[in-house]
Structure formats: C-alpha cells, structure tokens
Design a protein around this ligand. Structure first.
Ligand code: MN3
Length: 202
C-alpha cells in the first residue's frame, strides 16, 4: 500500500485573496506531492509499509529522517488543506469554543497565542492547535515537518488545526510579511472541520 496525494477540497483559487492560486498550485502540486512520493519511497519494503500515517508518526524513530520529514510533510499538508475553506473564518462554537475559552480565556487571546506561535517559529515550521485526551486544547509550534504526533515533539496531543509557516506557503504573495499571512489564515479557517476533529480526538 502506498500513500496518495489527496485532492484539494476546493479549487486552487478558492481561498483568494487570502491565499493565492499560484501558491496553492505549487504548494499542493509540487511540495505536498513531493513529500508523498518520497514518503512512499522511504517506507517501501520496510515494516512501515501498510501502516496508517498516524501510526507511523506516533511510533516514529526520530532518527529516521526520510520518514520524519516526508511522513510529517504528507500528514501536515493533508490536515492544512482540510482546515481551510472559502466559507471559513469567524470563530468556533460549541464544545471547541468552550475548550479554547477554558485554555486561553477568550477567542482573541487564543488568536494572539496561535499567531505568536506562528510568527515566533524561527525558520520553517508549523503552528498547531492540539487536543489532549480529556479535551484540553493547547497551542504550540514545531520546526521543519515535525508535528506533535511524533514522540516528544511540541505540545503532544492530536493536531486539529495546523498552519504552515514555511516561506513556500506565503512568499509569492506576502514576501517577508509572515504576520499578514497568519492574519489572512484566520479568514479561511474551517471551524466546522476543526470542531469535528476536536470531537473525534478529545
Ligand atoms: Mn508546506
């Protein structure tokens, strides 16, 4: 069994002006495709072949850089596409909103915390909102294609929202203005999807 590049759940220009079509095209069609191909190559013929990506990452040997980088890249981007929508933005409701308020006081404070994690990640990496068993949520960031599913990485838990802060994710449209890109991301967050992931993984 090998992993397949998932289709984007919307047209590549659907997130404009927040994320431009050219960036989406290269990011999905080149970067995510590249991680997928290299992941398949890295696991072919090993005992990881046939396992789910979650199982591979949770039990990862962190010294296996090919699986760490490309398995992370495969999983991270798949989540990233899913948690955005042209109908996104606004604020979460229901039990996810309750969990965010319990952890950070209110939505604005959460947004500040998440934006700081995204802005403060030196070099390439990701910002995350994760859920722990029991339902507590936590924000963190990780370098490169690492993610909190991996052993002793970031805040642990299961990622339910992820933001790619590699320059390839924003440089065409935003150049060095990462904070503007982070702010624009909040206009397209698919809170219905994030809430569903919260409910599935709490
Ligand atoms: Mn990327």
């Amino acid at each position: 069994m090998s992993f397949t590049l998932p289709e984007l759940p919307y047209a590549k220009d659907a997130l404009e002006p927040n994320i431009d079509a050219k960036t989406m095209e290269i990011h999905h069609g080149k970067h995510h495709a590249g991680y997928t191909t290299k992941l398949n190559k890295a696991i072919e013929g090993t005992d990881l072949d046939g396992k789910t990506i979650e199982n591979i990452l949770i039990n990862l040997d962190m010294s296996n850089t090919a699986v760490r980088n490309n398995g992370g890249g495969f999983y991270n981007h798949r989540l990233f596409w899913e948690v955005m929508s042209p109908d996104g933005g606004g604020e979460p409701t229901g039990e996810l909103a309750d969990a965010i308020n319990a952890a950070y006081g209110n939505f604005e404070s959460f947004k500040d915390k998440f934006s700081s994690a995204a802005g403060g990640q030196f070099g390439s990496g990701w910002a995350w909102l994760c859920v722990h068993e029991g339902g507590k949520v936590e924000v963190c960031s990780t370098p490169n294609q690492d993610n909190p599913l991996m052993p002793k990485v970031g805040c642990g838990g299961t990622p339910i929202l992820g933001l790619d802060v590699w320059e390839h994710a924003y440089y065409l449209n935003y150049q060095n203005r990462r904070p503007d890109y982070v702010n624009a991301f909040f206009n397209v967050i698919n809170w219905d999807k994030v809430s569903a992931l919260y409910a599935q993984n709490k």
